[in-house]
Design a protein around this ligand. Structure first.
Ligand SMILES: NC(=O)c1ccc[n+]([C@@H]2O[C@H](COP(=O)([O-])OP(=O)(O)OC[C@H]3O[C@@H](n4cnc5c(N)ncnc54)[C@H](O)[C@@H]3O)[C@@H](O)[C@H]2O)c1
Length: 264
């Protein structure tokens, strides 16, 4: 008989033994109710992880967890607004207790706003809201995730965007928030890396999600050239392609990787 990967099989007691890149890992997906986060919940569970889904959309988080449970995986859900420190701390404490620890936190939550607006027309209230969700949110999640992540093989991934590191954005506050998130991830990697917690920024290109669809509509409404918007629409990537990279980053197979990772 040739060697190779063992097929999935029943563990002692007849239960299915998780196999895959994340077998035995406890993974928290922040922003797991929709889009890239939702695809990541599915992919992490399929890779053998026990998954906690955190999101401001409480019903969506519960639905995502129920979906993977019905496929035989271990999952729980909690509502959280990532801009509120007490909610972030409480949700991470609760899921760490429920899962018996945390091996990886994948911070995916984010918002878009101001697509196609000239800087002269960006309301400060919009700027403040986007920075709160997209930059203060990942800071608060990192702050409280670091209390739970296992030193030695803990992983924290912050989802930024190519808009923050390569291309710029059609939205002034969004592009600024994602650039700030990138600096945050680099700084956390420097601080937490020596403590055995690997930190990455993951920067996707344009992906077909509800956020992106709303963003394209807003760009059109704010007068962005229709041909340009249509070209972006025609080239959108799939959430699953980002999710599979997040699974890889959350796994010990990525122990040799460092720093920023970009996807198409
Ligand atoms: N879609 C793209 O093209 C694209 C490209 C690059 C980066 N990104 C980034 O990927 C991440 C996911 O985006 P998506 O496109 O899947 O969007 P999405 O709107 O489908 O999902 C975002 C999720 O974040 C949650 N969320 C929003 N505000 C929150 C808050 N205050 N607290 C907790 N949860 C909150 C939402 O409820 C939602 O479930 C975002 O950070 C986004 O900036 C997206």
């Amino acid at each position: 008989m040739s060697g190779g990967t063992l097929p999935p099989g029943p563990a002692a007691g007849g239960r299915t033994r998780p196999v895959g890149l994340l077998a035995g890992r406890r993974v928290v997906v922040v922003g797991g109710a929709s889009g890239i986060g939702r695809a990541t919940v599915r992919a992490a569970a399929a890779a053998g992880a026990a998954v906690a889904v955190l999101d401001a959309d409480v019903a969506g988080a519960a639905e995502a967890a129920a979906e993977v449970r019905s496929a035989g995986a271990n999952a729980c859900a909690r509502g959280v607004d990532v801009t509120v420190e007490a909610e972030v701390a409480g949700a991470l404490d609760a899921v760490a207790a429920e899962l018996g620890g945390v091996d990886a936190v994948l911070h995916v939550a984010g918002i878009m706003g101001g697509q196609g607006l000239d800087v002269r027309d960006v309301p400060v209230e919009l700027w403040t809201r986007v920075i709160a969700v997209n930059l203060t949110g990942p800071f608060l999640v990192a702050k409280h995730a670091a209390r739970h992540l296992s030193p030695g093989d803990g992983v924290l991934v912050l989802v930024g965007s190519k808009a923050g590191v390569q291309t710029g954005s059609g939205s002034v506050p969004y592009g600024a928030s994602k650039g700030g998130l990138h600096g945050l991830a680099l700084t956390l990697a420097r601080q937490l890396g020596p403590q055995g917690i690997r930190v990455h920024a993951l920067c996707p290109g344009d992906i077909d999600t509800p956020l992106m669809r709303r963003s394209l509509d807003e760009a059109r409404a704010n007068g962005t050239d229709g041909g340009r918007v249509a070209a972006i629409e025609a080239a959108l990537g799939r959430p699953e392609d980002v999710a599979s990279v997040l699974v890889l980053l959350a796994s010990p197979a990525s122990a040799g990787l460092a720093g920023t990772v970009c996807t198409g």
